[in-house]
Design a protein around this ligand. Structure first.
Ligand SMILES: [Zn+2]
Length: 95
């Protein structure tokens, strides 16, 4: 559960999917996990919203920096994941 690099990881829960989202966007996720992630996104609207937000955010970051998207700033990307997730979670709670 606390090991996102488990090669036998199965993306059963939204949290596991979200942990892998930035690797997926960076193209660093294994084909197996890509398939699992895409399968989850196909049925989970919550994760699609986060994925969409994260994707747009990263696109904007790259645009603003005017730099190629190859900088190893995965820590920053994880931060975006957490921020988006918390923002989404609190918004859901309030409604
Ligand atoms: Zn989900």
């Amino acid at each position: 559960m606390m090991n996102p690099h488990n090669p036998h990881a199965s993306l059963d829960t939204c949290q596991e999917v979200l942990i892998h989202l930035n690797d997926y966007i960076d193209g660093e996720l294994s084909p197996e996990l890509c398939s699992e992630l895409e399968a989850h996104l196909a049925v989970c609207e919550n994760c699609r919203v986060v994925f969409d937000t994260l994707n747009k955010t990263l696109y904007l970051v790259h645009q603003l920096r005017n730099t190629p998207p190859q900088l190893p700033e995965s820590v920053e990307y994880r931060l975006f994941v957490i921020m988006n997730l918390e923002e989404y979670a609190s918004r859901k709670k309030g409604s």
